[in-house]
Design a protein around this ligand. Sequence first.
Ligand SMILES: [Zn+2]
Length: 92
Amino acid sequence: MLRIECPCCGPRDHDEFRYGGDASVARPAHDDPDPEAWYRYVYVRDNPAGSHREFWQHVTGCRQWLIIERDTRNHVIAWVGFARKTARKMPA
Ligand SMILES: [Zn+2]
Protein backbone atom coordinates (compact mmCIF):
# COMPACT_ATOMS: atom_id res chain seq x y z
CA MET A 1 0.00 0.00 0.00
CA LEU A 2 1.35 3.37 -1.02
CA ARG A 3 0.87 6.16 1.53
CA ILE A 4 0.90 9.72 0.24
CA GLU A 5 1.46 12.68 2.56
CA CYS A 6 -1.06 15.22 1.27
CA PRO A 7 0.04 18.77 2.24
CA CYS A 8 -3.60 19.59 3.15
CA CYS A 9 -4.95 16.35 4.63
CA GLY A 10 -1.93 14.48 5.98
CA PRO A 11 -0.96 10.87 5.21
CA ARG A 12 -3.58 8.97 3.16
CA ASP A 13 -3.79 5.69 1.26
CA HIS A 14 -3.18 5.97 -2.46
CA ASP A 15 -6.75 4.72 -3.08
CA GLU A 16 -7.86 8.30 -2.35
CA PHE A 17 -5.73 9.64 -5.20
CA ARG A 18 -5.85 9.51 -8.99
CA TYR A 19 -2.63 9.23 -10.97
CA GLY A 20 -2.33 12.13 -13.39
CA GLY A 21 0.72 11.27 -15.42
CA ASP A 22 4.34 12.21 -15.81
CA ALA A 23 5.08 15.62 -14.28
CA SER A 24 8.38 16.02 -16.08
CA VAL A 25 6.83 16.49 -19.53
CA ALA A 26 6.67 20.08 -20.74
CA ARG A 27 3.67 21.09 -22.87
CA PRO A 28 4.56 22.84 -26.15
CA ALA A 29 3.30 26.38 -26.67
CA HIS A 30 -0.32 26.56 -27.89
CA ASP A 31 0.78 27.98 -31.22
CA ASP A 32 3.66 25.53 -31.75
CA PRO A 33 3.07 24.06 -35.24
CA ASP A 34 5.69 21.29 -34.87
CA PRO A 35 3.80 17.95 -34.99
CA GLU A 36 6.86 16.15 -33.60
CA ALA A 37 6.75 18.30 -30.43
CA TRP A 38 3.06 17.48 -29.94
CA TYR A 39 3.68 13.78 -30.65
CA ARG A 40 6.40 13.69 -27.97
CA TYR A 41 4.14 15.57 -25.50
CA VAL A 42 1.18 13.20 -25.98
CA TYR A 43 2.81 9.80 -26.54
CA VAL A 44 6.51 9.61 -25.61
CA ARG A 45 7.43 8.94 -21.99
CA ASP A 46 10.53 7.82 -20.16
CA ASN A 47 10.29 4.71 -18.01
CA PRO A 48 12.90 5.46 -15.36
CA ALA A 49 14.12 3.04 -12.73
CA GLY A 50 14.54 5.49 -9.89
CA SER A 51 13.31 8.94 -8.97
CA HIS A 52 10.32 10.13 -11.00
CA ARG A 53 7.99 13.14 -10.73
CA GLU A 54 4.28 12.41 -11.13
CA PHE A 55 0.98 14.27 -10.96
CA TRP A 56 -1.58 12.92 -8.47
CA GLN A 57 -4.96 14.38 -7.52
CA HIS A 58 -6.47 13.86 -4.06
CA VAL A 59 -9.93 13.08 -5.46
CA THR A 60 -11.65 11.94 -2.25
CA GLY A 61 -9.98 14.58 -0.09
CA CYS A 62 -9.05 18.17 -0.81
CA ARG A 63 -9.08 17.61 -4.63
CA GLN A 64 -5.70 19.36 -4.94
CA TRP A 65 -3.31 18.38 -7.72
CA LEU A 66 0.04 17.36 -6.31
CA ILE A 67 3.47 16.61 -7.68
CA ILE A 68 5.05 13.60 -6.05
CA GLU A 69 8.66 12.52 -6.41
CA ARG A 70 8.56 8.72 -6.15
CA ASP A 71 11.26 6.10 -6.59
CA THR A 72 9.81 3.62 -9.08
CA ARG A 73 12.00 0.79 -7.75
CA ASN A 74 10.67 0.77 -4.18
CA HIS A 75 7.79 3.34 -4.19
CA VAL A 76 9.48 5.51 -1.55
CA ILE A 77 8.09 9.03 -1.81
CA ALA A 78 10.84 11.59 -1.33
CA TRP A 79 8.81 14.76 -1.83
CA VAL A 80 5.21 16.03 -2.20
CA GLY A 81 4.14 19.53 -3.23
CA PHE A 82 1.25 21.41 -4.77
CA ALA A 83 1.28 21.25 -8.56
CA ARG A 84 0.08 24.84 -8.88
CA LYS A 85 3.12 26.14 -7.02
CA THR A 86 5.69 23.78 -8.48
CA ALA A 87 4.98 23.01 -12.13
CA ARG A 88 6.35 26.21 -13.63
CA LYS A 89 9.52 26.09 -11.51
CA MET A 90 10.53 22.57 -12.53
CA PRO A 91 13.54 22.09 -14.79
CA ALA A 92 12.87 20.45 -18.16
ZN1 LIG B 1 -5.63 16.28 0.38
